[in-house]
Design a protein around this ligand. Structure first.
Ligand SMILES: NC(=O)c1ccc[n+]([C@@H]2O[C@H](COP(=O)([O-])OP(=O)(O)OC[C@H]3O[C@@H](n4cnc5c(N)ncnc54)[C@H](O)[C@@H]3O)[C@@H](O)[C@H]2O)c1
Ligand SMILES: [Zn+2]
Length: 380
């Protein structure tokens, strides 16, 4: 007898995911942000906060640091513990260890405790970096995200993951951490470059393909207007994509991805590898558009997805403004993406494919010949 009767005791931790959709979140008259913050100490009745801002966003909206300060000063319930700090945005934020160090220094200098708030305003990369720093400082301080790209508003900012790249691998370091709140502010998106504007809509197409055929129809109809940067056409697509991602996390039964099924990673095995092979010249969303097209073609070549459906998917991605052909598709290292994807997710290789639009299934085997044929189709 080596052990007593085991004391295995299941327990559950309640979480609440707060997603708020607004306009002009940093207008002092807009109380939404202030109202999501609880006082850091009961006696002081103020929330201690520090802002971290994406440099690309600040470059496009130079008054943002002043707006953040004015917002904090206008709200009795906020104690601004440090001047807003601007950090590089884009993938460099996740590639450069010194930027993580500077973010941790900000948390230390502002004396943020586990009941204080780091408020991150920026694209998916800056939010991933800030989220990782918030998750590891004091084993987890509170994070509020104000996503400033289409991709961050319709997908990444809503999620419960963060991470930085290490050993040349995407998101090698990271944690699952539920943000205190996510505030989507459509007005932040107006200064995006056309490239970054388009980029996020591949994630909306992705989630529609695996979850909701009617949503795909709506994206298909709105695609040309979205490409022309019509905010009225884009707004419901961003919102519905965010809500589908949110619902998957809160109702899908596996928020911390303990099982192998990962439908929201449809098209991502090749996307992550293409991003890496391009030295991150390709945006995540651009790579996802190519990856989604590739696995859509694979699904049709495998005899699962009717050809007209595959044609609609590719046409919609192109109409949104994506280029689906890329020379790196011919790079033999692309296939290594399958094994890296398996290793990152753990367990058996599990890839989502399509039976139909809005109807995904999982497979554990990928036929490399069919992958090559799918690439050839995409390249032609
Ligand atoms: N954590 C997750 O669950 C998750 C999910 C999907 C993607 N991601 C990650 O998100 C990252 C991609 O994020 P992204 O597509 O938002 O791009 P990004 O964060 O790389 O930003 C793109 C560029 O836009 C600039 N920018 C941001 N907001 C701006 C604005 N409003 N006006 C002008 N410029 C602005 C940035 O400075 C940057 O140069 C990738 O690292 C990807 O891995 C994470
Ligand atoms: Zn993605």
């Amino acid at each position: 007898m080596y052990a007593e009767t085991p004391f295995h005791t299941p327990f559950a931790v309640p979480f609440e995911h707060r997603l708020l959709i607004t306009r002009n979140a940093l207008d002092p008259a807009n109380a939404i942000l202030a109202e999501t913050l609880d006082p850091t100490t009961a006696d002081a009745a103020k929330a201690r906060v520090a802002f971290i801002l994406d440099a690309g966003l600040v470059n496009a909206q130079p008054d943002l640091p002043d707006r953040a300060v004015a917002y904090a000063n206008a709200h009795e319930s906020i104690h601004l513990a440090h001047d807003p700090v601007t950090m590089p945005g884009g993938e460099i934020a996740k590639n450069e260890p010194a930027i993580l160090e500077s973010t941790l220094r900000l948390i230390d200098a502002a004396h943020l405790c586990r009941r204080s708030y780091l408020i991150a305003v920026g694209g998916g990369a800056l939010l991933d970096l800030a989220g990782y720093a918030a998750a590891i400082a004091h084993r987890g301080i509170r994070l509020v995200r104000l996503p400033s790209t289409t991709l961050a508003q319709d997908d990444s900012g809503v999620g419960v993951k963060n991470g930085i790249n290490h050993f040349g691998k995407k998101n090698f370091l990271g944690a699952f951490a539920v943000p205190h709140a996510v505030i989507n502010d459509l007005d932040l998106l107006t200064t995006l470059t056309d490239r970054d504007w388009t980029s996020g809509f591949s994630e909306a197409v992705k989630v529609a393909l695996v979850k909701d055929a009617a949503f795909f129809d709506r994206i298909e109809s709105a695609a040309a207007a979205i490409a022309a940067r019509d905010l009225t056409a884009a707004e419901p697509v961003i919102r519905d994509s965010a809500l589908l991602h949110l619902r998957h996390i809160t109702e899908g039964g596996d928020p911390f991805e303990l099982t192998e099924a990962r439908p929201l990673d449809f098209g991502h095995w090749s996307a992550h590898k293409l991003e890496q092979l391009s030295g991150y010249e390709l945006r995540h969303g651009e790579a996802v558009a190519i990856g989604v097209a590739l696995d859509t073609l694979y699904s049709s070549l495998a005899g699962d997805l009717p050809d007209p459906d595959a044609d609609r998917v590719l046409a919609t991605l192109r109409s949104l403004g994506f280029t689906l052909d890329h020379p790196l598709l011919d790079d033999p290292r692309l296939i290594e993406g399958l094994e890296e994807f398996r290793e990152h997710l753990g367990g058996q290789l599990t890839i989502s494919l399509l039976h139909g639009i809005g109807n995904a299934y999982d497979t554990h085997t990928i036929n490399l010949d069919l992958v090559r044929q799918s690439i050839a189709r995409l390249r032609s």
